[in-house]
Design a protein around this ligand. Structure first.
Ligand code: UDP
Length: 364
């Protein structure tokens, strides 16, 4: 019997596979899709030379030295500074909210930190923070909340921010400066040859075998240890009920335009637009082409799973699965990753979670 089976060849699965393989274990990775990389899967469009991500834009960012040093073993990285603009009242304004956002939308002339802090203080809504609405109001106040966050969130989650755990809108900070970078982590980068190549390099080891187009089946797939990175509710045949996931759909359009929009990502928070954002793919790798490929991003409850939905209801269901999963550890069955841990992980968190699980098992 093979020592390890890993279900799923996304970031968590690939990271664990590599750690186990480096330790000398044989690993079989089974993946139901026809490709590795999970939702980071990318490829180059042959007509334009533009790199596209099948499942939406992925920008790697981390503060973790451990993760950064791990990922650097498998790819060169292009330093990248992600910027997002939001299309509000006919203007492109920075997200996260900064001094420029407030000046543009309210026709003000705030010029320094202390003026911005006063503006925020006057507008921020104080009170207990129980959900994403509270957290956004506490950061940016009622007007910006309505203009930039409320309807975007309704489109993305099909829920009012008041129904979502605070953590969702806490992802977006507010800045009292002119800083217009989306992320504030120490490292922010894109793999020089793309994510697919990066994950391929992680899995490129004599002890690792990858089988694509293969559904996990517990009567066929026997191993001493099992690492499951798929949906935790599916593993348990939905016995405590189905967990909700949000999916995304993309409408790709190729334009004969060199510079389509003023940032790689432009958000559309208004309900006038059915999509949440437009991604201008050539901007990530600065690809020279006379064309632009734009993906309009639509959120949906149907389709492949992208996001766990952080509500109290799902949290409660998940804790039942989690307790069940914990019991299986004595049989060497482990659950790891965004779908198996039902957490809105960024890529670095998915990798870190896999590294930590490995350490928990082998470095006791
Ligand atoms: N969000 C919003 N307006 C924005 C950007 C984000 O309301 O202009 C909210 C929305 O609910 C979104 C969440 O903040 O789902 C997290 O945004 P992030 O950009 O981190 O989402 P991701 O890139 O992971 O889809």
């Amino acid at each position: 019997m093979i020592e390890n089976i890993i279900v799923g060849a996304g970031l968590s699965g690939a990271t664990l596979a590599r750690k186990l393989a480096d330790k000398g274990d044989k690993v079989l990775v089974i993946e139901k899709r026809e490709h590795i990389g999970g939702n980071t899967y990318d490829y180059i469009d042959t007509k334009t030379g533009i790199r596209l991500s099948k499942y939406g834009a992925h920008i790697f960012h981390t503060n973790s030295e451990v993760v950064w040093s791990f990922v650097n073993q498998f790819s060169e990285w292009n330093m990248y500074k992600h910027k997002v603009l939001s299309y509000v009242n006919g203007k492109h304004v920075p997200v996260p909210v900064n001094i420029t956002t407030v000046n543009e939308l309210f026709d003000l002339k705030i010029s320094n930190i202390s003026e911005m802090q006063s503006w925020l203080k006057e507008n921020q809504v104080k009170g207990e923070i129980n959900n994403s609405k509270d957290s956004a109001l506490a950061k940016v106040g009622q007007e910006l909340y309505e203009l930039m966050f409320e309807n975007y969130t309704i489109k993305q989650w099909d829920l009012n921010p008041s129904e979502l755990e605070a953590s969702v809108l806490e992802r977006i900070p507010v800045r009292d400066t002119f800083n217009d970078r989306y992320f504030s982590d120490k490292y922010e980068a894109l793999p020089s040859n793309g994510y697919t190549e990066f994950v391929k390099n992680i899995l490129d080891h004599k002890n690792i075998t990858v089988e694509l187009n293969t559904e996990y089946n517990n009567s066929i797939h026997k191993s001493n240890k099992l690492f499951f990175t798929g949906k935790i509710d599916s593993y348990f045949a939905d016995k405590f009920g189905k967990l909700e996931y949000r999916s995304l759909n993309f409408n790709y359009k190729t334009y004969d335009i060199e510079d389509y929009q003023p940032a790689a990502v432009v958000n559309y928070p208004s309900l006038e637009y059915p999509f949440t954002r437009k991604i201008d793919y050539k901007k990530f790798y600065n690809t020279k082409s006379k064309y632009s490929i734009i993906a309009e991003e639509f959120s949906s409850s149907i389709g492949e799973e992208y996001y766990p939905v952080p509500t109290k209801k799902n949290r409660d269901i998940y804790s039942k699965y989690q307790a069940e999963a914990k019991k299986l550890e004595k049989n060497n069955i482990y659950f790891v990753g965004r779908l198996a841990e039902y957490k809105y992980f960024n890529m670095d968190q998915a990798i870190l979670s896999a590294l930590e699980l490995f350490d928990k098992i082998y470095k006791k």
